[in-house]
Structure formats: C-alpha cells, structure tokens
Design a protein around this ligand. Structure first.
Ligand SMILES: [Fe+2]
Ligand SMILES: [Fe+2]
Length: 464
C-alpha cells in the first residue's frame, strides 16, 4: 500500500524543511513553528497508519520520500537536501508510534548547524527519540522491488559501491582530523562487497579507478589503490582473506596524510628537506591509527607502515627497513604508483595508462617488484580500461572493457566520429565482431588533455 500520494509526500518534506529552518530562529512554542509541526505530525500519523515506517532522504543527489522522487526541487527541498548532505545523513526513517514530542525534539536537534550524524544519533538516544532512525549517506543500497541483473544495473551497483568506499574513507579522515579513533566498520563492509566483485572478475572495478577527483585527491586515491591492490592480489591467485586485507590496507594506506599540514600536501614543486621529512611520516602515522582502530588485523597496519619501503627496502620509514615485510607491501606499492602517475596533480601532468605501465617497468627491481609489475601489466592488458585511442577508421574512442581473448581488440566507446563530430552519447563497439572479423584496429594512444576529454566520464556508465 502506498503510504502517501505525491502531494502528501511533497507536503511532508516541505513541512519538515520549514520546521527545521524555523527552529533556528524561534522557540518551539512559537506559532510559526508549532503550526507546521502539528500538520507534519498529522500527515505522518496518517501515513504510519497505512505502513509501519516511512522514510525520506537523498538518492543520487535528489530528495525522495518513499517512492516519490523530487527531481526539480523547490527552495525548501533544496535547502533540506543541503542540510542532510552537510550532516552526512542519507535517510531519515520514521516508524509507527512516533509521538509529537519526539518529532519536535528531533527537529530541534536536526536544526543545529554543524551537528553531524554521529552527534545527532547520540543526542537522539539521550533524549529518548526511538521512533526516528538515521541512515548514514551512502551506507545502504536501495532495494528495487524486482531487481534485474542486467549490465546497466550491475554497473550502477558498482558505482554505488565505489561511492560507499569514498564515504567510508571520508568518514575515517574526518574522525582523525577531530582527534577521534575512527570506526573500521564502514570500510570493512564496503571492502567485503568489493572482494566479492573482484574475486568474480578482477577487472570490473578497475575501470572505476579512472575516477580521479582533483580536489579530493586523497579520498579517490585511497579507494583506487584498494581496488587495484585487490585486483592484482586476486589475479595472483590469492585467497579471499588475503585479497580483503589488500583492499583494506590499500584503502587506508594514506590516511596518515590527514595529519600532515595541507600546505605541504598541496605544495606545487619540490618539497624542502624538512617538508619531505614531515611528509614521510604519513605511513607511520597511518599505521599507528590503524592499530588503534578496533577490528583490524595488525598486519594491515604493517602493510600501511611499509607501503613506501620500496622493493629494495631502501625507502621510508628508515627505521623499518630491516623489519620483515611480505609481498603485500609490494602489491600496494604497485597500485599506489599506478594510480599516482595516472592522476593529474598540481605538480604533474597525468600520463595515460599505457605510458604509466611503461614508467612502472623502469622502476622494476628497485622501487617495484619486477615480477609483480609484469603481472600487473598482464592484468591491465595492452590497452588498459580508460586509455584514449585512435582507431584506423580515424575515430577516437576510450577503452571500456578488456577482451581477455585478444588484448589488441578491447570493447571501446567511440567518442569522436571519423569526420571529427563529437558524439553526445558514445557508441559502444567491440573491435572484434563475434564472427571474428575486425571492426577496426587501434593505431595510437591519444592524450586526453589534447582532446579535452574527461576519460572517467565515459568509462563509468550513465554520466555523459
Ligand atoms: Fe603513501
Ligand atoms: Fe598513496
């Protein structure tokens, strides 16, 4: 049974937004607050008479109430969306039995600027609010009633998983900045999911590592390193537990940077000796935090400690050079190097995946383990997902999926037609047809900056 029609749903969200806004200016007893509160209470009671719980929140950036999605938001809804995002709240769930006092107390707590979800949940407990529950942004996937497992849906699912990983890292870094010991639960949960996908097909999530956010470099970098380390571990035939450790260690490898001054992290150009010494502390600081986090195996802290020791163990921290480390640190180092050199930074022009692999080969035997580099190159294929290429038809395309049977002939997405026309919706094309005939061949790798193309957009589906 539908809890409310579209109008009722819209009314609830609008009233809620208005009451929250008003509560910042007036006492709860003021008529301009009391009126919307009473109406909100009444409509919620009606809805909760039909279904045991109702919820509203944010889905792909838009506000929803139950099955109603408000894609063209009014000011009130946009305002509420922003507040929820600020507080990292993905969903507010209200269950039958809600009292007027609970609703009023909740809105008062919700209206406090700067109070984030953890604080709110604590305060709600203290105030005995039991019929309202908050769900952290990105911490759940929404079940659609009859989920079909077609490709598009799987891809959205993978993107949601990537988003969850990003949120987990973001939460951890925020806790560190505030001097708290972060919870390990969100990262463990999302890595579990990623391990499942990776063990089935290591290359699936690798395409998502083309997502590079230049403003939040560290978060994306951490998630990408986790994905690449897991993929390499899985392709080496490691077991689930080992792949999981690689994922967690990869995702957490640079969290120690949260404690390094931003002016050092973002400095363009060369760091001074003192600045570099400060920067080098991040692996040690990160591993210390991980040791304090509950539920994480000590060897994860060990991998993070050693991720800059290099294959020859001449890296940093210097005091750890003689400690016994296993190959896990070399796997994370490969993932780290690859993601770092394929990313545009303030001080660095990004290089395409193919050239990155060549660069890595030069580091074999010193910084990187040569046998792992070889395996990594094999795993990524001759034209890794995300490489921009020119075809012999003169079309420009981005490599979208590898072809395990013929690495010269991956599945691509054509972005620029032979006459130079840019396609608004890229055309998917396998370079080798099912009957064995060739559509065309790759003749060169193209620099995405020259063509002004954000490759990630086209590797991740649905975001043209
Ligand atoms: Fe690092
Ligand atoms: Fe790193």
């Amino acid at each position: 049974m539908e809890a409310l029609d579209n109008q009722g749903a819209l009314r609830i969200v609008t009233l809620f937004s208005g009451a929250v806004k008003g509560m910042a200016f007036y006492p709860a007893s003021h008529p301009s607050i009391r009126q919307p509160l009473l109406e909100l209470d009444k409509i919620l009671a009606q809805a909760l008479g039909r279904v045991p719980e109702v919820s509203w929140g944010i889905l792909d950036g838009a506000m929803f109430f139950e099955e109603h999605l408000f894609v063209n938001p009014s000011t009130a809804i946009a305002d509420l969306t922003n507040r929820m995002l600020e507080k990292y709240i993905g969903r507010v769930v209200v269950t039958a039995g809600l009292t007027f006092e609970e609703l009023q107390a909740f809105i008062r707590l919700f209206s406090v600027k700067g109070a984030e979800i953890e604080t709110l949940v604590d305060r709600m407990k203290q105030e005995g609010i039991v019929h309202i529950r908050l769900v952290r942004l990105g911490e759940e996937t929404f079940e659609t009633p009859d989920k079909e497992s077609d490709e598009q849906e799987d891809e959205n699912d993978h993107q949601a998983t990537y988003g969850n990983a990003l949120n987990a890292i973001r939460g951890i870094c925020r806790d560190i900045e505030r001097g708290r010991i972060p919870s390990s639960a969100p990262v463990i949960k999302v890595v579990d999911r990623m391990v499942g996908i990776t063990m089935q097909e290591p290359s699936i999530l690798v395409g998502l590592t083309m997502i590079k956010d230049y403003d939040n470099y560290t978060f994306n970098h951490c998630v990408n390193v986790g994905i690449l380390a897991m993929a390499l571990g899985a392709s080496l035939g490691m077991d689930v537990m080992a792949v999981k450790s690689l994922g967690i260690a990869g995702e957490l490898h640079d969290i120690g940077k949260t404690m390094i001054p931003k002016k050092i992290l973002n400095k363009p150009g060369k760091l001074s000796r003192d600045e570099y010494d400060e920067m080098k502390r991040h692996s040690e600081l990160g591993s210390k935090i991980i040791r304090e986090m509950e539920g994480l195996d000590p060897h994860i802290a060990q991998i993070v400690l050693g991720h800059h020791l290099h294959f020859n163990r001449n890296g940093y921290p210097e005091w750890a050079q003689k400690l016994p480390f296993n190959q896990m640190i070399d796997i994370v180092a490969i993932a780290d190097t690859y993601d770092a050199i394929t990313t545009l930074r303030v001080y660095q022009h990004p290089i395409n995946p193919r050239a990155a692999l060549n660069e890595m080969q030069k580091l074999s035997g010193t910084f990187l383990d040569g046998s792992l580099v070889a395996r990594f190159i094999e795993m990524m294929g001759k034209f890794p997902v995300g490489t921009l290429v020119r075809l012999d038809t003169n079309e420009v395309a981005v490599v979208y999926r590898p072809n395990p049977l013929d690495e010269e002939a991956p599945i691509v997405r054509i972005l620029i037609e032979r006459d130079g026309t840019r396609l608004s919706v890229p055309r998917e094309q396998s370079l080798i047809e099912p009957d064995g005939s060739h559509y065309s061949q790759i003749v060169a790798v193209v620099d995405p900056l020259l063509k002004n193309i954000d490759v990630a957009k086209f590797v991740v589906s649905g975001h043209y």
